[in-house]
Design a protein around this ligand. Structure first.
Ligand code: C5P
Length: 218
């Protein structure tokens, strides 16, 4: 694998709906980094399983990952709670995780020249995908707040959705992501904890920006 030298690498891990995606996007834009929401890859694979149940095997997934483009990950079908739940089940599979490993490494270590670096968020980024990141963050928030945020997002796609169901589903996903054997969600010792429960988007962004600017001397 080609590794570009002197690039800025940011790694973020977080439980579902903690606001990591929004934050990572604004940070990436500010520092001109390529951004990858790695959860979307697992969601994409879950979607493939729903759409092509008969063809679904490692060979099929591999062929789809080979030509995977960021644009494919923007498909709004990937946002549903059903896909998120299926993604967390699929994500427990070691051989499947291996299939998407290289895709993520390429993003992290070899971003296109127009970018100054990369920012990835997910569950195992700080210790598995980009262990040598310049900055590592663990972004979290109270589970009820996370459920409320996710509920508001999902309400736009599905008017019938209920808050209680979203809360239940997020709790279930936390448990599954944290307790699985392969690449569980955890805060590594060298990650900075950012709790977004009582912070709005702007305040979160400024908090992270301050940490980064201090170290890179802007
Ligand atoms: O972040 P998001 O909710 O879109 O992720 C969907 C699921 O994909 C997570 O619940 C988790 O099980 C899985 N995932 C993972 N490793 C990552 C990112 C996501 O296992 N790096």
């Amino acid at each position: 694998m080609i590794k570009r030298k002197n690039i800025l690498k940011i790694a973020i891990d977080s439980p579902a709906a903690a606001g990591a995606g929004t934050l990572a996007k604004s940070i990436s834009k500010h520092y001109n980094l390529i951004y990858l929401d790695t959860g979307k890859i697992y969601r994409f694979i879950a979607y493939l399983k729903i759409r092509y149940p008969k063809k679904f095997n490692n060979k099929f997934i591999k062929s789809k990952i080979k030509y995977l483009k960021i644009k494919d990950l923007e498909n709004k079908f990937l946002l549903s709670d059903e896909v998120g739940t299926k993604a967390s089940i699929i994500a427990k599979n070691k051989s499947l995780r291996k299939l998407v490993h290289t895709f993520q490494l390429n993003f992290a270590y070899n971003p296109p020249k127009k970018y100054k670096g990369s920012c990835l968020d997910g569950r195992d980024i700080t210790y598995n995908i980009v262990p040598d990141a310049d900055f590592k963050f663990y972004i979290t928030a109270n589970v009820k707040i996370r459920a409320l945020r996710r509920y508001k997002e999902l309400k736009k796609l599905n008017k019938l959705i209920k808050y209680e169901d979203v809360l239940k589903s997020i709790k279930k996903r936390d448990k599954s992501d944290q307790n699985r054997k392969i690449s569980p969600l955890k805060k590594t010792k060298d990650s900075l904890l950012i709790n977004t429960t009582n912070l709005n988007k702007r305040a979160c962004f400024l908090k992270i920006k301050k940490i980064i600017d201090k170290k890179i001397n802007i």
